[in-house]
Design a protein around this ligand. Structure first.
Ligand code: NAD
Length: 468
């Protein structure tokens, strides 16, 4: 049983109290993690505050450390991947890719320059606009991509000269704790602190007077609590929240050519991706064929323990999320929808739900209107494209969307009308460290990635040198 430790001020902290972590493929406890006490959180924030002055002053050292961290992620991908699979459930190969994604984020920010611009240089003054770090950043992550979510936050936060206290989800703390252990030799003590604990720990971090910025990825409901907790102290926030991404299929599409792309953009990671396709709008004339093509893939995909050879879809990571998917599918079926594939939990001890394709379904059904975050996809028929766009935009969410067509220009015109942060054409889920990612409306505030994401971790200072 792995017994990973927190990283506070560069030291290992086992914690006086620990909580159980289960493998979602078996629902058996396979490890414990430290429950960070109030005193330990104080120590982590103090260590981050103490480390800040030296860290913010040395950009070259920051770049070097981030490059070394990227290298370590690459070398440790298999080890971290195994830990991710055991606590989160995804197949080993994808879990390894998650660590590699972490490497690319750390490497990208190791090489991205902070802006510094001369806006006046004359006999009156020399005036520059300079990026200054914020101080201590609280980074809070969800359970679907523990390692890559963490790296998406710590890479730009540290690159900009901040220090960090990172907290993973209590469902998936282990790979993140291990990440902290692996990176201990890379960063000076206190620069990167990793703590673990329940939701109350996250709340304490967001209220902590020593924290100047909160970068949060998680549900809309928690995001609103984070925003409220930040308000009295005017802490800066970046919120990456839920999505209910629509895919709009146009009437010129070759169904067989797009079915794989739509299927995997919805069901990868067992549907537990903020930016997965969560509803499909397809013209009436193509509806039955697309439903059949997706249902065929859903029936034949290999579902199982992510550690087993050949598994393509793992379990749902948490029991509450499994229950939610079960409830939303049952609600749809009770309202007259039909399961063209799946529709119910699978036999066995883990959180396995049969990949489900729902047809005979409309907006106004919970699984169309809400975020299911699981392996169940409603396929909705439409008659009029403008109406489909209106329905796609007609929710509180605005994370991403995609348009599928034989004519990319026509698709781009439709995509331009989607009220969301990223609009893809003939693909979905494609992200990279250089590509801004964030949600409109209830899907978030601010963006991650690229120079735009870095900008969330500094504030501008106008440095005015008088020449008079
Ligand atoms: P969650 O909101 O329940 O928890 C996320 C994190 O917040 C956890 O670490 C949790 O312990 C912590 N937390 C809980 N209550 C808190 C509070 N009051 N203050 C501070 N922290 C608190 O979300 P989840 O169930 O872990 O993740 C699933 C959700 O995350 C889905 O809605 C999904 O769409 C969203 N998500 C969004 C993105 C994105 O980039 N937009 C990416 C991945 C997941």
């Amino acid at each position: 049983m792995s017994e990973y430790t927190m990283t506070i001020g560069g030291a290992a902290v086992a914690g006086s109290d620990r909580f159980d972590v289960s493998n979602p493929a078996t629902n058996q406890v396979h490890a414990t993690a430290p429950e960070c006490s109030r005193e330990e959180l104080e120590a982590a924030v103090s260590a981050a505050q103490d480390a800040h002055a030296a860290w913010r002053a040395d950009e070259a050292a920051r770049r070097e450390a981030l490059s070394a961290a990227a290298k370590l992620l690459k070398e440790s991908a298999a080890e971290l991947g195994a830990e991710i699979t055991a606590e989160q459930g995804k197949p080993l190969r994808e879990a390894g890719y998650e660590a590699i994604a972490g490497e690319s984020w750390l490497g990208y920010y190791a090489n991205l320059a902070l802006p510094r611009e001369v806006i006046q240089d004359d006999k009156r003054a020399f005036v520059e606009v300079v990026a200054r770090p914020l101080g201590v950043v609280a980074a809070i992550t969800p359970w679907n991509f523990p390692v890559s979510s963490a790296c998406m936050k710590i890479a730009p936060a540290l690159a900009a000269g901040n220090t960090v206290v990172l907290k993973p989800s209590p469902f998936t703390p282990l790979a993140t704790l291990r990440l902290g252990e692996l990176l201990r030799p890379v960063f000076p003590p206190g620069v990167l602190n990793v703590v673990s604990g329940g939701d109350a720990l996250g709340a304490r971090m967001t209220e902590h007077p020593g924290v100047r910025k909160i970068t949060f990825t998680g549900s809309v409901a928690t995001g609103k609590q984070v925003a409220a907790a930040a308000a009295p102290d005017l802490k800066r926030i970046t919120l990456e929240l839920g999505g209910n991404d629509p895919a709009i299929v146009l009437d010129d599409v070759d169904v067989d050519a797009v079915a794989d792309g739509i299927f995997w953009s919805s069901f990868a990671n067992a549907g537990q991706i903020c930016s997965a396709i969560k509803r499909v709008y397809v013209p009436v004339a193509l509806h039955a064929r697309l439903v059949d093509a997706l249902a065929d893939r859903a029936r034949n995909v290999k579902v199982g323990d992510g550690a087993a050879e050949g598994t393509r879809l793992g379990p749902i990571t948490t029991r509450p999320q499994f229950e939610r998917v079960r409830e939303l599918v049952a609600d749809a079926l009770a309202r007259g929808a039909r399961a063209a594939a799946g529709g119910a939990p699978m036999e066995g001890p883990g959180n396995f739900f049969a990949p489900t394709v729902l047809t005979d379904i409309e907006d106004g059904t919970r699984i169309v209107d809400e975020e299911q975050f699981g392996p169940a996809l409603p396929v909705v028929a439409y008659r009029d494209l403008d109406e489909a766009v209106a329905r796609a935009n007609g929710t509180h969410f605005g994370l991403d969307g995609s348009v599928w067509s034989a004519d990319p220009e026509r698709a781009a015109e439709v995509a331009s009308r989607l009220d969301c942060g990223t609009a893809w054409i003939n693909t979905h889920l494609m992200q990279g460290p250089n590509q801004p990612f964030g949600g409109r409306k209830w899907s978030g505030i601010g963006v991650e990635n690229g120079p735009w994401g870095l900008a969330g971790f500094y504030e501008l200072q106008t440095l005015y040198r008088s020449r008079r």
